[in-house]
Design a protein around this ligand. Structure first.
Ligand SMILES: [Ca+2]
Ligand SMILES: [Ca+2]
Ligand SMILES: [Ca+2]
Ligand SMILES: [Ca+2]
Length: 268
């Protein structure tokens, strides 16, 4: 992180119990004998409250679910990206944060929260140039759900995949896709790679879809086509109100839905 020749260890998660959790980001160094804590940040949006899961159990106040490190603004210095959720007193917001570390001080460059439903959370982050413009994008996957979401006739959980750019000043939502299937779906992980060997980078999401409260895999492969046009980007200020279908040039190039042999079990 600080280009001093020693590799840092970076951890994210939460501190305190779930009814009072704070997001936590820590930077460590290992000197061969012990782990030295170099930096520690803990945060909440609102103190003294916590959000609940679809079943009403404590979910937490603020929590980091994934971390990635990369130079997302191209200035030659790596940023730390954290993704997770933060409760604002009413909704559980997805939270995406961009940090810098100069070897001494952790600096929060950007914190962006948004919600789609009562509960919106980032499960995973990936960093790559997914639109071929030579700049790295920030990808965040996760899902959204309503309180009491396991009740019959309630709105099913929906997965999301978002693609962002960061130029050091403005976080822009470049693309967003939301989907649901079965009785609900969450995108637990996202990563990138040229999986079909055509020289262009694909995005792969994988997660759970539910039928009869069982988790079946939901694997999707995405590609971005012709999205390097900056006129299609949206500033982060309008993220919460921009619909999912606008300005989205994400297409599913392959969609694989694998079902376990659950039917054989449940139909007996
Ligand atoms: Ca270092
Ligand atoms: Ca940078
Ligand atoms: Ca790019
Ligand atoms: Ca490819």
């Amino acid at each position: 992180m600080d280009n001093n020749g020693d590799v840092e260890v970076i951890t994210g998660g939460y501190d305190h119990g779930l009814t009072n959790s704070s997001g936590q980001l820590r930077i460590w160094q290992w000197d061969g004998k012990e782990l030295l804590l170099k930096a520690n940040e803990e945060w909440r949006l609102v103190e003294g409250v916590y959000g609940v899961t679809v079943t009403g159990d404590p979910m937490g106040n603020t929590l980091v679910e994934n971390i990635k490190v990369g130079d997302v603004d191209g200035d030659g210095v790596a940023e730390i990206l954290t993704g997770g959720f933060a409760y604002d007193g009413q909704q559980m917001n997805a939270q995406l944060r961009i940090w810098n570390w100069d070897g001494t001080i952790l600096v929060l460059e950007e914190s962006h929260e948004w919600f789609i439903e009562d509960i919106t959370e980032i499960k995973a982050i990936a960093l790559d140039d997914v639109n071929g413009d030579g700049k790295m994008e920030i990808l965040a996957s996760g899902g959204a759900a309503v309180y009491g979401g396991f009740d019959v006739d309630s709105e099913p959980e929906a997965a999301f995949l978002t693609v962002w750019s960061w130029d050091g000043d403005i976080l822009r939502l470049k693309n967003e896709e939301d989907w649901t299937i079965g009785e609900g779906v969450f995108a637990w992980n996202v990563d990138t790679g040229d999986v079909d060997g055509d020289g262009k980078t694909e995005i792969v999401t994988v997660g759970c879809m539910y039928i009869n409260q069982l988790c079946d895999p939901d694997l999707r492969i995405w590609s971005l086509q012709g999205s390097s046009d900056s006129s299609t980007s949206n500033t982060f200020l309008v993220v919460a109100v921009v619909g999912t279908a606008t300005a989205v040039s994400v297409v599913i190039v392959a969609y694989l839905f694998v079902r376990r042999k659950r039917n054989e079990v449940t139909s007996k």
